[in-house]
Write a protein that binds this ligand. Structure first.
Ligand code: PEP
Ligand code: MN
Length: 339
């Protein structure tokens, strides 16, 4: 249920009304916009009568909402949320590019790629240390050493780092190593205990859409993180499974405008995992900007032919340079600022 308060409703009346609603068992999501004050009532509102609410002189109108997500719902929070990742703003007109290798492989590799992607205009460095691989015999990542190497790269370029967490036992390590944003990968999008655990941290979370997840399921997973106390969630569309098999996945570009309608959270696109093939990445990145995305996550490797994971979809630093050169004017054309 959303309750829209009258313009100029006295503060003490609002305060008393909120306490009364809380005493009835509702949690209140208070959203003060430039000219509207909205209360989102979270809880079982089935028995709450609209006429009782409207009888209060400070209430302008009220509306039942059927969506099961409240904290992530744009109806309760009309303005775009801006998430800060180690000082880099994402959302609300700020467009951020996160780039780097699929996996951290060595100090020279991660530091070299970090320098190149930063020079090209990426503001956040990505790199996997704990890797979710289909086969247990494939490279599993450098794990704790990978985090140390990410930090060495960060010390060189100053870029914030984003890396995937697969198990909540590693949260203290991630916090100690100064991971700026915790990535929850597609395969863990509905690992609800993991979502609750990152929801209890103070780090922004990059939540990737599950391989066969609906948009409502994605937003419900964001709701888990937010309900545990962490409001800083960025959603990432990274391609979904369809009957089409020419690409690794199918980029669901319509996810961007739909998610923007459903939620106030920033939405980014990962064209690399969507395509699975490097040549397609620049076109999908351009489509993401045009569709209204708030950023991109792109895999870049110094030597894709010898990458330990996802070489086929990785751009070389030179290819990334040309992608960024065409992207910059496009981002501005669509009214956003590239961070
Ligand atoms: C990744 O970003 O390297 C990754 C494994 O992504 P996803 O979870 O989208 O497959
Ligand atoms: Mn990858």
């Amino acid at each position: 249920m959303i309750v829209i308060l009258k313009h100029n409703a006295p503060e003490e009346k609002i305060y008393a009304f909120c306490r009364e609603l809380e005493a009835m068992g509702f949690q209140i999501n208070d959203s003060v916009g430039s000219d509207t004050h909205i209360l989102g009532l979270i809880g079982d509102t089935k028995a709450l009568s609209e006429s009782w609410l409207l009888a209060n002189p400070i209430v302008d109108s009220c509306r039942r909402v059927s969506e099961p997500y409240k904290k992530a719902n744009r109806k309760f929070h009309p303005d775009d949320t801006v998430v800060e990742v180690g000082g880099v703003k994402v959302g609300g007109g700020h467009f951020a590019v996160m780039a780097g290798p699929c996996s951290v492989e060595s100090e020279a590799q991660i530091t070299g790629v970090a320098r190149r992607v930063q020079a090209a205009g990426a503001s956040i460095l990505r790199g996997g240390a704990f890797k979710p691989r289909t086969s247990p015999y494939s490279f599993q990542g450098l794990r704790a050493e990978g985090l140390e190497l990410l930090n060495k790269a960060k010390a060189t370029t100053g870029q914030p780092i984003v890396t995937e967490l697969m198990d909540s036992v590693h949260i203290p390590l991630f916090l100690r190593e100064g991971v700026d944003m915790i990535q929850i990968g597609a395969r863990n999008m509905q690992n609800f205990e993991l979502l609750k655990a990152v929801g209890r941290t103070d780090r922004p979370v990059l939540l990737k859409r599950g391989l066969s997840a609906t948009l409502e399921e994605l937003v419900m997973s964001a709701e888990y993180i937010m309900a545990a106390g962490n409001p800083n969630v960025i959603l990432c569309e990274r391609g979904i499974r369809t009957f089409e098999n020419s690409m690794r996945n199918t980029l669901d570009i319509s996810a961007v405008p739909m998610l923007k309608k459903m939620t106030h959270l920033p939405v980014i696109i990962d064209p690399s995992h969507a395509a699975g093939i490097a040549f397609m990445v620049p076109s999908l990145a351009a489509a993401a900007v045009a569709a209204g995305a708030d950023g991109l996550m792109i895999e870049v490797h110094n030597d894709p032919a010898h990458a330990k994971s996802d070489g086929a979809q990785s751009l070389t630093p030179d290819q990334f340079d040309s992608l960024m050169a065409t992207l910059k004017p496009e981002v501005e054309f669509f009214g956003k600022a590239l961070n």
